[in-house]
Design a binder for this molecule. Structure first.
Ligand code: C2O
Ligand code: CU
Ligand code: CU
Length: 512
């Protein structure tokens, strides 16, 4: 479909109010529904899935330590909007096609409220997955203020449910942060980026077959998916009218597979102030900003010198990353436009402070356990290539059992030719370093031989993270402390086509 760029205004997602209090705690009811959504003003409306009738879903906003309860309710139809591959583990013909469970990405929550992939449920809870335990989730919000996002996570169909629209933003906002004097209120804006393709009638397009087709499997999962349009807050290539002043943007990559390497056509820098786990120690000035699926960045942009200008946010990340096809500069190379055409509502007293927060570095020497974990490519029984973590499948016996309160270093050994955004539930981690290694030598001996120096993380990665890019040809070392809950959680690649096709494993934190 041929759609004009910058034809629609950027929607600002509404903040959801709790229904009432339950046991003194704010209680939210959030319904997953099928509805019509306008992705672009010159396209017919599109049948979409989402929360409370919107895509992305409404923003849930809390303060640190403000506990809330959420009931995620499945009001979806029994027929899936998109092609379900029943050869994928967890999506076999004997389970209902439409199943959901919602995970709050980046949140510190008990396992029963984390949205375990096998804890899915259908409409009216008629059928529930083997790990289903409860209808109402508890979110204690005992963590640093940051930008989180919630999304569907049912085993075997996460890529379809998220693509259909089951994703939204969750902010932990700290009033104490106001003393930093960052841009706030109308000048603090969420940018939820995703990519989609549409059929001529406006319906959502998602491939039902590999290229070339997989004999004996129809529909079939694909190894990755890249839409031909880019959306922000649910609109294709929107524009935002801004004042010549500073703004804070909370950018979330909510795409299935697409990475974004963002630049501004004005040549102006991004002042990055936050990563997945909240504020950095100090702002980092970057001219390009790379985000893999599920990563977040908070940035300040200063439009002060640009009155009258139209500034585009562009993307030049190949798909797949980093060795795939280049983007089309006229379509997938564009994200959105800022029109600096609004008069200043008042003087801009906001600042980009020199110090933002304190981050205590975790040191490899403190680790109780070091684990080597491989990222592997294999061929499935239908001849399709797929990916694994540690050459292990989701249903294999669990081999990763950290002890509660232990600090561990995980060395991710990427034996594939692509970057994988590796996400671990419950914990925030720090990136220690990345280092090139000899793949042939590793394949023969199972030992790591470095072929270059260890590279420290980029300055804008030196904060708390829950998703890390593990690049091909490199080992990536991360460090984390397993706290404050024990139990079963998943970790996985956040390219959703990989996650659904076995690039996900459970780990089980052992009570102390
Ligand atoms: Cu954003 Cu396990 O997920
Ligand atoms: Cu998560
Ligand atoms: Cu992957």
């Amino acid at each position: 479909m041929n759609l004009d760029l910058f034809a629609d205004k950027l929607p600002i997602p509404q903040v959801l109010k709790p229904r009432r209090k339950k046991q003194g705690v704010p209680y939210y009811i959030v319904r997953m529904q099928q509805f019509k959504h306008s992705f672009h003003s010159s396209m017919p409306q599109t049948t979409t899935w989402g929360f409370e009738g919107s895509y992305p879903g409404p923003v849930i906003e809390v303060r640190p330590n403000q506990k809330i309860k959420v009931k995620w309710v499945n009001h979806l139809p029994v027929k899936h909007l998109l092609p379900v591959d029943t050869t994928i583990h967890g999506a076999e013909p004997n389970v209902p096609r439409v199943r959901t469970v919602i995970h709050l990405h980046g949140a510190v929550v008990r396992p029963e409220s984390d949205g375990y992939p096998d804890a899915w449920f259908t409409r009216g809870y008629r059928v529930v997955g083997p790990k289903f335990e409860r209808k109402i989730y508890d979110y204690p919000n005992l963590q640093r203020p940051t930008t989180l996002w919630y999304h569907a996570h049912a085993i075997g169909i996460t890529r379809l449910n998220v693509y259909a629209g089951l994703a939204g933003v969750y902010l932990i906002r700290d009033p104490l942060e106001y003393r930093l004097n960052l841009p706030r209120r109308a000048y603090d804006i969420v940018l939820f980026i995703s990519d989609k393709s549409f059929n001529d009638d406006g319906s959502l397009y998602y491939p039902s077959q590999t290229d070339p087709p997989t004999p004996g499997v129809n529909p079939s999962i694909v190894s990755d998916f890249f839409g031909d349009t880019i959306l922000v807050n649910g609109k294709v290539w929107p524009y935002l009218e801004v004042e010549p002043r500073k703004y804070r943007f909370r950018i979330i990559n909510g795409s299935n597979s697409r990475f974004y390497n963002m630049k501004l056509s004005s040549g102006q820098p991004f002042y990055q102030i936050g990563s997945d786990g909240g504020l950095l120690e100090a702002p980092v000035v970057v001219n390009q900003l790379l985000l893999s699926p599920a990563e977040r960045a908070e940035v300040v942009l200063d439009f002060c010198p640009y009155m009258g200008d139209q500034i585009t946010l562009t993307n030049d990340a190949p798909a797949s990353y980093p060795n795939g096809s280049p983007v089309d500069p006229n379509t997938t190379g564009q994200i959105m436009q800022f029109r600096v055409n609004q008069p200043l509502a008042g003087p801009d007293y906001s600042e980009i402070p020199a110090r933002l927060s304190k981050i205590k570095p975790l040191r490899a020497a403190q680790a109780n356990v070091n684990r080597n974990l491989t990222l592997d490519r294999q061929t499935d029984r239908f001849g399709r290539s797929f990916l694994l973590l540690n050459n292990t499948r989701w249903t294999d016996p669990i081999s990763i059992k950290p002890r509660l309160w232990d600090t561990e270093v995980w060395t991710l050994i990427n034996r594939t030719n692509a970057t994988h955004p590796i996400h671990i539930h419950l914990v925030n981690f720090q990136i220690l370093d990345r280092q090139p290694f000899d793949l042939d030598y590793f394949n023969k001996t199972n030992k790591i031989k470095a072929t270059g120096l260890a590279i420290p993380p980029d300055p804008n990665e030196r904060g708390w993270k829950d998703t890390v890019r593990a690049n091909p040809g490199e080992i990536t070392r991360i460090i984390m402390k397993f706290e404050p809950f024990s139990g079963l959680y998943p970790w996985h690649c956040h390219i959703l086509e990989h996650e659904d096709h076995e690039m996900m494993l459970p780990f089980e934190i052992q009570p102390y």
